[in-house]
Ligand binder design. Sequence first.
Ligand code: GRF
Length: 218
Amino acid sequence: MSDRPVIAVLLSGGGSNLQAIIDASERGEIPGRVGLVLSNKADAYGLARAAMHGIPTAVVDHKTYESREAFDAKLVEAIRASGAVLVCLAGFMRVVTPVFLRAFPFRILNIHPALLPSFPGTHGPAQALRYGVRFSGCTVHFLDEGVDTGPIIVQAVVPVHEDDTEETLAARILKEEHRIYPMAIRLFLEGRLTVEGRRVSTKDAESIPDFSRRNPDV
Ligand code: GRF
């Protein structure tokens, strides 16, 4: 049994971000291992991905709880039992309550498929297309009480193409999600993040290849 710090990943669907985190961990790019994958949906493909890597899974079906708080209390119990030091939401389609947030202060990360604070909530790529922005992207941030409002850790930008559909834009963004989520986890587990108000400082983050890709003309 590895003694690397344990990460709990919460999801509701396909789990491609989970896969990126598992792969980065197995390659030794993050100093931690996924020790629990928890889903509110029994048919989430992310559970199968976890099983293929021998990672323990749990299903906590929100529909069987009488309140959001009772559901969250169950999540907290399962995560605590796993010994996780970090909780990563990766396509977890539930709004959490203070019961969950207060159990893991500044230990919960979320990934969002837009350049926050633009286009929070659901359907980030569709919102970006509809608005007509030329660039969108993705954001890894600490979770707070709001919807996609917590302090920002890493972002990546992608162009919006003339002929994009929601699907093509979402796919381009997802590729960058897979790149930046492991980066944020690495920074967290290496103790390189400091939060002051809204701002997160990332100690020596520039030493991580491609931490901030820039337009070469800027
Ligand atoms: C991602 O786009 C993520 O940003 C959003 O939900 C999607 C999850 O995708 N929160 P996957 O399940 O990781 O493939």
